[in-house]
Design a protein around this ligand. Structure first.
Ligand SMILES: Nc1ncnc2c1ncn2[C@@H]1O[C@H](COP(=O)(O)OP(=O)(O)OP(=O)(O)O)[C@@H](O)[C@H]1O
Ligand SMILES: N[C@@H](CCO)C(=O)O
Length: 320
């Protein structure tokens, strides 16, 4: 395998994982994107410029997450390593539960796909497996790669072979109107996973399986069922201790009929709202409740209505 291009442009969406009961499995791509220009250099240099989210905080050397993912993908297909110049225009907030790390990992893998002579060697199946290797779980990487609503799972490995990570796209009702409510502070996924128990009661697992099945129906065809369908007993309650304000917001919104969940590992809150019907003005059916709950007192939080991204990550080869 050789490099066929020197310059590529990559675009990857934010994602929200779990959506309540779909812990480590369901995820949805959102209309908020990181964009990167990646240039292969004739030298061994690595230069990373970051604009927007993460500027001044993420490392700008070989340890940058996009660089690590890109190198993993080049190694995987036997392509030569190269010097790199990255310009990252980041809009996905970091450490907020909106899939910034998955976006970075998918961006690196897609950049490698755009650079190599046989891009099919990094098709979506391979890209998802590589992303999961770096991320640990595929629920953000799958929608970041494929767009829309996805369910990701891992097939039991046959003796002597690696487990296969797989994903399928699911239907999304056109009225679905996600609203991200983003706090000013970060919480790492690592910290949020650290407070989860090793075991849960059988009754909770059974309850959750029913809600996850209902959620697929609610998101695809019956948005009127979203409040019931976004219940959770496996993660949000355990995580209350590390994001009390987010869980208080989830509780307050749910008490007002809004299908609110913690987005990914938090601390962002995602309201799965519905677009107002034609003629009823712009906005969503959750806007009144969000305004009422906020009351202007949650300083530094941002309310961000977002479209569902249906395209997923993309890479374009740039001609010099
Ligand atoms: N665009 C990026 N470039 C470089 N590093 C990044 C980028 N995005 C995220 N990271 C790294 O990943 C960390 C955040 O990852 P983490 O998994 O904790 O949160 P998240 O991905 O934003 O949330 P979640 O996985 O819950 O959706 C950042 O602090 C940074 O180290
Ligand atoms: N399913 C993951 C998403 C965060 O990457 C979690 O909740 O820990």
């Amino acid at each position: 395998m050789r490099l066929r291009a020197a310059r590529v442009r990559v675009r990857v969406p934010a994602t929200s994982a779990n959506l309540g009961p779909g812990f480590d499995a369901l995820g949805i791509a959102l209309g908020l994107h990181d964009e990167l220009d990646v240039r292969a250099l004739g030298t061994d240099d690595v230069r990373v410029e970051v604009q927007g989210e993460g500027a001044g905080t993420v490392p700008c050397d070989e340890t940058h997450l996009v660089v690590r993912a890109l190198r993993l993908a080049l190694d995987h297909v036997g392509a030569p390593q190269t010097g790199l110049h990255l310009v990252c225009r980041n809009r996905v907030p970091h450490g907020r539960g909106l899939g910034s790390s998955a976006a970075a990992v998918v961006a690196g893998i897609l950049a490698a796909r755009g650079l190599v002579s046989e891009p099919d060697a990094l098709d979506d199946d391979v890209a998802l497996a590589l992303a999961t290797q770096l991320e640990g779980h595929p629920d953000n990487a799958a929608p970041a790669l494929l767009g829309g609503l996805t369910v990701a799972w891992t097939d039991e490995p046959a003796a002597g072979s690696a487990a296969a990570v797989r994903a399928a796209r699911l239907a999304v009702h056109p009225d679905l109107a996600p609203v991200a409510i983003i706090p000013p502070g970060q919480l790492s996924t690592h910290a949020a996973r650290g407070v989860l128990p090793a075991q849960v009661p059988h009754a909770d697992a059974a309850w959750q399986a029913g809600r996850a099945a209902l959620l697929v129906e609610a998101l695809g065809r019956r948005p009127d069922l979203l409040l019931a369908a976004t219940g959770d007993r496996l993660h949000q309650g355990y995580r209350r201790q590390v994001m009390p304000a987010s869980l208080a917001l989830v509780d307050a919104l749910r008490a007002r009929g809004v299908a609110a969940t913690v987005s990914g590992a938090g601390p962002t809150v995602l309201a799965l709202a519905r677009r107002r019907p034609e003629g009823a003005g712009r906005g969503t059916d959750a806007d009144g409740a969000i305004t009422e709950v906020f009351g202007g007192v949650m300083a530094g939080w941002r309310v961000l209505p977002l479209d569902v991204d249906v395209e997923g990550g993309s890479v374009t080869t740039m001609l010099d």
